[in-house]
Design a binder for this molecule. Structure first.
Ligand code: PXL
Length: 287
């Protein structure tokens, strides 16, 4: 008698285009941790190497566009990718390479986190990269996840006499080709953080979150990756945005200060033995 080996089902596969952050607060390491925590199998095309810690970015060294392309093509020819997540690309050539690759897979949802600067203000994408993203990637984007300063920089027009509102920026990003826009309100001076999801017909949902006191490195990467993971698992954009915000808020609430700078979100908060949880479990056992 022959027995056929039984393989477990394949988890959702997500291909991430992003840059390395040695602190694992942000960048491709943050994406890997988040996607793994949510049950996906992350695949990577590294776009750049940064030198940074939890205090600041020292340098950004883009990889050659051919190398980015070879990494992605090798994976795409081997595996059925369920979703793309795009973070820091590091050069105009890399934006063009990624735009060309994803154009060959129009049915795979693409979540774009337009990282223009780190949370501490270090520039990660110059003006030419921003223009290339506008022209080449936005029209292929399912969901873009800018914070308010990023939304303004992407959507600003020479004709603006004053700063455009978040609603106007979202409308312009949709006119430029994004299907959905999630503008995060972390940088606003509001008592709560308000994140707003827009579609072709305007606002789809506002979500309000308690503003946490810490300063976090990699909250945007966590949110965009978590959304991508949920979409790869079959969720609609709206459900993915709701569930990923909840997950991200918990990673921030459980964030830890590993170095001398910003807090790092804990993407595996649920896997740590926590005294309160242990106490709750003991209470339950006694009932
Ligand atoms: O959090 C955005 C981000 C993404 N990717 C890299 C980064 C940062 C912020 O510092 O360094 C590589």
């Amino acid at each position: 008698m022959t027995t056929t080996p039984v393989h477990p089902p394949c988890p959702p596969l997500v291909l991430v285009f992003a840059a390395s952050d040695p602190s694992s607060g942000a960048g491709i390491q943050a994406d890997l941790l988040t996607l793994a925590s949510l049950g996906c199998h992350p695949l990577t095309a590294l776009t750049a190497v940064t030198v940074q810690d939890t205090v600041g970015v020292q340098s950004v060294q883009p990889l050659a566009a051919e190398l980015v392309e070879q990494q992605a093509r090798a994976i795409l020819e081997d595996m059925p990718v369920a979703a793309f997540k795009v973070g820091v690309l590091g050069s105009v050539e890399n934006v063009l390479a990624v735009a060309e690759i994803v154009a060959d897979y129009p049915d795979i949802p693409l979540i774009l986190d337009p990282v223009l600067a780190s949370g501490r203000g270090d520039e990660l994408s110059g003006e030419e990269i921003i223009s290339a993203i506008r022209e080449m990637l936005l029209p292929q984007t399912t969901l873009i996840t800018p914070n308010t300063p990023e939304a303004r920089r992407l959507a600003e027009s020479d004709e603006d006499e004053s700063e455009p509102s978040a609603d106007v920026c979202a409308q312009r990003l949709i006119e430029m080709g994004a299907q959905y826009v999630l503008i995060t309100g972390t940088h606003e001076n509001t008592p709560q953080v308000v994140n707003t999801l827009y579609g072709a017909d305007g606002v789809i949902r506002h979500d309000h979150w308690e503003r946490l006191p810490g300063s976090y490195h990699g909250s945007g990467c966590t949110l965009a990756s978590a959304i991508t993971g949920c979409i790869a698992g079959g969720a609609s954009v709206e459900d993915a945005v709701r569930d990923a915000q909840d997950y991200t808020w918990q990673t921030l609430k459980n964030g830890f200060r590993a170095g001398m700078g910003q807090f790092i979100p804990d993407r595996f908060f649920w896997a740590r033995g926590d005294d309160e949880d242990d106490a709750d479990k003991k209470d339950d056992e006694q009932k």
